[in-house]
Design a protein around this ligand. Structure first.
Ligand SMILES: [Zn+2]
Length: 61
């Protein structure tokens, strides 16, 4: 019988789905923290980074 990878791929894809949900959840947590933060920005060329929470934004307008 020829080996198939379908089951393995299916399992891996399920794992990816789980991880993507986890990423979304964690990203949401980061967003909430950064929303609450009273940013203290350190300016560098083209962008500034908050020293407290790591939030970055472009200073190109
Ligand atoms: Zn901040």
């Amino acid at each position: 019988m020829a080996p198939t990878y379908i089951d393995e791929i299916k399992k891996l894809k399920e794992e990816i789905d789980c991880l993507q949900q986890r990423i979304q959840y964690l990203q949401g947590k980061i967003n909430r923290i950064q929303l609450q933060c009273k940013h203290i920005f350190l300016e560098t060329t083209g962008m500034r980074t908050c020293q407290k929470c790591g939030f970055t934004e472009s200073t190109y307008y």
